[in-house]
Design a protein around this ligand. Structure first.
Ligand SMILES: [Zn+2]
Length: 149
């Protein structure tokens, strides 16, 4: 039997998070300063992920930018929009093909860290893992090293 952790009436449930990203999502959504109910769980048993994390936020939807940030750290997570205790919409977070503006380049000498230019990274993932390349300095960063702005 599945344990129902505080079902929410209206809001958003972010499910199938790699377990170590649940707290990162809390940070991205700035939920420490949020007034409505927030439920965070990690190390839940998952058939597909082994362990997973879940974040439930009452009375809140996600902005495009927040979704983009989540897609960077947790592609494959599912976003459930809850209305009146029912799942109104369910979608999987895609892995981004490119990243625009929401991260910092890890190369301190990169022009994007000293001048006002639009940051852009392209997806360079291969069989060795997920990574992104800065179009200005060509630095390739692993997704685990991504610095969100
Ligand atoms: Zn760069």
């Amino acid at each position: 039997m599945e344990l129902q952790i505080s079902a929410i009436k209206n809001g958003t449930v972010i499910d199938h998070l790699p377990t170590d990203t649940a707290l990162k999502v809390v940070e991205i959504l700035d939920l420490k300063n949020f007034r409505e109910t927030v439920t965070v769980a990690f190390n839940l048993t998952s058939n597909s992920l082994g362990k997973k994390g879940i974040v439930k936020v009452a009375c809140r939807t996600l902005t495009k930018e927040e979704l983009e940030k989540i897609s960077l750290i947790a592609p494959g997570a599912t976003i459930n929009i809850i209305e009146d205790f029912k799942v109104k919409e369910k979608k999987e977070v895609p892995e981004p093909k490119e990243i625009n503006g929401i991260v910092k380049c890890n190369n301190s000498r990169c022009i994007t860290n000293s001048e006002k230019v639009e940051i852009k990274f392209l997806n360079e993932s291969d069989s060795h893992g997920r990574k992104y390349r800065c179009i200005y300095c060509e630095k390739v960063i692993k997704y685990t090293d991504i610095i969100l702005k």
